[in-house]
Design a binder for this molecule. Structure first.
Ligand SMILES: Cc1cc2nc3c(=O)[nH]c(=O)nc-3n(C[C@H](O)[C@H](O)[C@H](O)COP(=O)(O)OP(=O)(O)OC[C@H]3O[C@@H](n4cnc5c(N)ncnc54)[C@H](O)[C@@H]3O)c2cc1C
Length: 504
């Protein structure tokens, strides 16, 4: 097919306009391109539109139709359906750069009920933290997407690579869906590129990967981020034992689903939970950095301590590089989950009723059982234990190495990008990818691929918005957009409130 990448293009780090013409790849111009089209792209272009950049100057290159599509999929399979509540707080609103009114106020207004307002006033003493329903996150993002003409900026396809352009800026190569373009590839020529490609991929634990490959069994050993509804359905038809591996938010959601189904349908499900690190009380490196814990779990209301957003941790991390930065991430990191009253009660019932068994250990091997089911061989110090079960649900991780992502791998190989102290993409304090400058252009990145940078919360709604604000400010320094001053901000908030399209 005409218009494809040639060996010369593949091997040359910096491309000229003539090289693309010679390869027959059509070139489209857009001053700002965002790659990914998920929530990170959405909040970034939302900032730019509110700052006054016309939709015609922005292109979002994505394989998604809706910015919340991947998030919707991941939350659904990891047991957060539309009516359930997510983890982040009331004012983390990807549809609203001001965070005001918060989701709790919107829910009060929508449901004509004082409940959410009373809840946020009493949290966390009299109630668990109030968090929004996932369905509300989607409907409010849809409203904002319409307001900023998101669809008019979207170009569908899979991005293959971003390369520097001779003379400044970048070329981003898109493979449009088959049959929608006369050539196999299209190039976007832009001064600025933003990458928000989400999680590089699923990471399977080696013993589970080996089990699946060796025995070809993808039904009994599943990852919580894959569709695994068949497990819950099978447990409704006959009693069974499930091994849950992990101790984070997803493990607690999966556990709650198993326990809810037990209550709702009167099931006999037995649950064995394997924690690699079993937390039996408050813990942390020193007095000022402690986290509650118990019964295996480490508890924390939100993904990050609050001081990450504007307090000491934010200021401290901004100054650190290399191993010192990695050390601070280690100190505040670790798997954790919010302590919610409902599943605490369910776990207590489970321990008393001898159907929930938490244990510590590292699984060395998983094998099929002769009469069906699987056996996990678990080591705890010198002890080995065999845990038979009907299903294993792995809730341990979503993040694969960044070089599993083609665009990021290409960037590190050909464009000067390199890894940060946590092994992800190193970005500046204003989220420009270090080492990739090209003339008067700049390449930015935000989201999970950049975790480990000067700003810790970058893989959350609010973190993606903080990154978007830094990027918009940097673009203002470069003269691409006006700074959002107090007047513009107020006028734009009023438009947001009234649901009017962003003005010029
Ligand atoms: C189960 C779960 C629950 C979470 N809950 C919360 C929460 O409650 N609060 C919170 O603040 N954060 C939460 N997060 C974290 C984070 O805010 C979301 O995952 C968010 O969607 C991340 O946005 P993103 O743009 O980085 O990634 P995504 O929304 O996944 O978007 C990136 C998208 O880019 C597309 N893409 C990738 N490569 C290419 C390519 N080469 N070409 C074209 N398109 C490409 C893919 O479709 C990909 O999905 C949660 C994460 C998970 C997994």
């Amino acid at each position: 097919m005409a218009g494809d990448l040639t060996p010369t293009l593949l091997q040359t780090p910096q491309w000229s306009d003539d090289m693309l013409a010679a390869a027959g790849i059509p070139v489209l111009d857009a001053p700002f391109v965002s790659v990914g089209g998920g929530i990170g792209s959405f909040v970034t272009v939302d900032y730019l539109r509110i700052a006054g950049v016309p939709a015609s100057s922005i292109r979002v290159l994505s394989n998604l139709d809706r910015p919340w599509q991947t998030y919707e999929y991941l939350t659904r399979v990891s047991q957060i359906p539309h009516r359930e509540r997510i983890r982040s707080d009331s004012s983390s609103r990807p549809d609203n750069i001001w965070g005001f009114p918060s989701y709790a106020v919107s829910e009060f207004w929508q449901d004509k009920s004082l409940k959410p307002l009373l809840h946020v006033l009493g949290e966390p003493i009299f109630a668990d933290y109030w968090t929004p329903r996932v369905g509300m996150v989607f409907t409010s993002m849809k409203r904002e997407a319409d307001r900023i003409s998101y669809d008019s900026m979207l170009a569908k396809g899979v991005v293959r690579m971003v390369r520097r352009r001779a003379g400044g800026g970048y070329f981003t190569i898109l493979t449009p869906p088959a049959g929608t373009a006369p050539t196999r590839r299209v190039a976007f020529r832009s001064r600025f590129v933003h990458l928000a490609v989400g999680y590089p991929g699923l990471r399977f634990l080696p013993d589970l990967q080996e089990f699946r490959e060796r025995y070809g069994d993808y039904q009994r050993v599943v990852n919580a981020y894959e569709s695994h509804e068949h497990v819950y359905e099978a447990l409704k038809t006959r009693p069974g034992t499930v091994v849950v591996r992990g101790g984070g938010i997803v493990a607690s959601r999966v556990l709650q689903r198993l326990m809810d189904d037990r209550e709702r349908f009167g099931l006999q499900t037995r649950i064995v939970q394997i924690f690699r690190t079993y937390v039996d009380g408050p813990h942390g490196p020193h007095l000022w950095m402690r986290r509650k814990g118990g019964d295996g779990w480490a508890y924390q209301g939100f993904n990050y301590p609050k001081s990450v957003w504007g307090g000491q941790l934010k200021a401290q991390m901004r100054r650190l590089d290399g191993p010192e930065r990695a050390r601070l991430y280690k100190d505040m990191g670790g798997t954790n989950t919010p302590k919610r009253r409902r599943w605490q009660r369910q776990m207590r019932d489970g321990r008393k009723g001898s159907w929930y068994f938490p244990m510590q250990g590292t699984v060395e091997r998983v094998e099929p059982r002769p009469n069906g089911g699987v056996i996990s061989h678990v080591r705890n110090g010198n002890d080995m234990q065999s845990v038979p079960a009907d299903f294993v649900i792995d809730c341990t991780g979503l993040t694969a190495d960044i070089d599993r992502h083609r665009v990021l791998a290409d960037l590190m190989l050909h464009s000067g990008a390199f890894r940060n102290p946590l092994g992800r993409l190193e970005v500046e304090r204003h989220f420009e990818v270090k080492g990739t400058a090209s003339g008067d252009g700049a390449l930015y990145a935000s989201g999970a691929a950049t975790l480990g940078g000067y700003f810790p919360g970058v893989d959350t709604f609010l973190g993606l918005q903080v990154a978007a604000q830094e990027i918009t400010d940097d673009l203002a320094r470069r003269g691409f957009v006006r700074r959002i001053g107090p007047w513009r901000s107020t006028a734009q908030w009023v438009r947001w409130f009234l649901g009017k399209p962003v003005g010029g």
